[in-house]
Design a protein around this ligand. Structure first.
Ligand code: ZN
Length: 140
């Protein structure tokens, strides 16, 4: 796992907001069953990914904003690409695109919820000096 110093890049790659190293989700977004599963804690720094019970209820509002944007953009693309087709074309294309983008919408809404409202700040962990590495190796 590589460390990202940029919070925007860590958010984009859905990494832990505290250490920017570990992924927030256990499976790929392409996994149709487990795309929303998150570990309880970060395996690198131990940060809890659900700061309080029901924390991700607020992500529903962010997901709603994503869905609205997806439907609006898809509707506009259909309008301009197909020169205002029949209503069933709009409904079908918006529904298909919205369903296909559901994993991304859910994952990014949870990520934004954790970054914006989780009260977690990035802590840069400096690498161990040679002396610290040797002493920790000898103590084990
Ligand atoms: Zn972490």
């Amino acid at each position: 796992m590589t460390k990202l110093h940029s919070t925007a890049l860590a958010m984009l790659q859905q990494r832990c907001p505290r250490c920017h190293e570990s992924p927030l989700f256990t499976h790929s977004a392409l996994n149709p069953v487990h795309f929303a599963e998150m570990p309880e804690h970060c395996p690198v720094c131990g940060q809890a990914y659900e700061p309080e019970p029901g924390f991700y209820w607020g992500a529903m509002f962010i997901s709603y904003a994503f869905s609205t944007a997806i439907m609006l953009i898809t509707g506009l693309l259909v309008y301009f690409l197909f020169h205002d087709p029949a209503v069933w074309v709009y409904v079908t294309s918006v529904a298909v695109v919205a369903v296909l983008l559901t994993p991304l919408s859910l994952r990014y809404s949870r990520t934004l919820m954790l970054y914006w409202f989780g009260g977690i700040t990035y802590r840069h962990r400096r690498p161990k000096t040679r002396q610290e590495a040797v002493s920790s190796y000898l103590s084990n």
